[in-house]
Design a protein around this ligand. Structure first.
Ligand code: FPP
Length: 261
């Protein structure tokens, strides 16, 4: 009986997904999607499980989302995996997240590589535990020449820290005489951020009901379309990503101007 109900659910999900896939305009896939992967802890608690199992389930969701982004031809996927503020969490949760990162990179690397995914990371990587830094270095080395989706993991990342680092870099360059003060503009600032060379995200997805930026990509999100959902990240399915993309494609983006009618 239970198996029959599960099958019915699965069939319905596949039907929903197929309908959404038909609604997606393949010529207007966002080049860059950013995701705040929120809700792992609440997802686990609601099931009477430790928070760590929520993070583990969240890693599985990430795997599925990367796969779909790759299939759809998204160029950049930036996922908030660990913020500069997350160090305030209990030590065992921090250690679990760092170990999970290493495990994820080691377990997924072959499939990511076979799918032409390039792994990149933004944030103060030099402050991560050495095992995490080494796993990242291996992943960058192996996938560095891939030309498909760039999976951009935000690790020990903070938007304010990123802007502060950019300001320091620019001031140093001015002091060395490499650039003049008058040459500082938004393009130069963009080029001094961790995301230099990447287009700004067109779509930001935040699951799990909270409506805030949480120090994520403060500069880059200036004109990004937000898609908020109550679904907890571990429950976030392919169909939710497709809904977000279809919703994005229905938005009228004016960038402060007017649309010519
Ligand atoms: C926020 O949810 C989530 C995090 C701080 C960690 C995100 C990590 C993953 C999704 C694991 C996969 C990532 C990699 C790179 C392996 P929360 O725990 O704050 O949720 P809550 O608000 O419900 O407590």
């Amino acid at each position: 009986m239970l198996r029959r109900i599960t099958n019915l659910f699965n069939r319905k999900e596949m039907a929903d997904e197929n309908m959404l896939l038909q609604s997606v305009d393949r010529n207007r896939i966002p080049k860059h999607i950013a995701i705040i992967m929120d809700g792992n802890g609440r997802w686990a608690r609601r099931r009477g499980m430790p928070r760590s199992l929520g993070h583990r389930a969240g890693a599985e969701t990430l795997r599925n989302v990367v796969k779909l982004c790759s299939e759809l031809g998204v160029q950049y996927l930036t996922c908030y995996a660990f913020s500069t503020e997350n160090w305030k969490r209990p030590q065992d949760e921090v250690s679990f997240l760092m170990d999970l990162l290493v495990e994820y990179l080691e377990k997924e690397i072959e499939e990511l590589h076979n799918n032409n995914v390039r792994i990149n990371a933004i944030g103060r990587l030099d402050e991560l535990p050495s095992q995490a830094q080494q796993a990242l270095a291996r992943a960058f080395h192996k996938t560095g020449n891939n030309t498909g989706l760039t999976l951009n993991l935000a690790l020990n990342y903070g938007g304010r820290r990123e802007i502060t680092d950019a300001v320091i870099e620019i001031v140093n360059r001015v002091n060395k005489g490499e650039i003049k003060c008058e040459e500082i503009n938004d393009v130069l600032i963009g080029q001094s951020l961790y995301t230099a060379g990447m287009p700004d995200p067109e779509l930001l997805i935040r699951p799990s009901g909270d409506c805030r930026i949480s120090n994520f990509l403060l500069w880059q999100l200036a004109y990004t379309e937000f898609w908020l959902s109550d679904v907890m990240w571990p429950d976030f399915q392919r169909q939710h990503l497709l809904e977000a993309i279809v919703g994005f494609q229905q938005r009228e983006r004016r960038f402060g101007g007017l649309i010519k009618k």
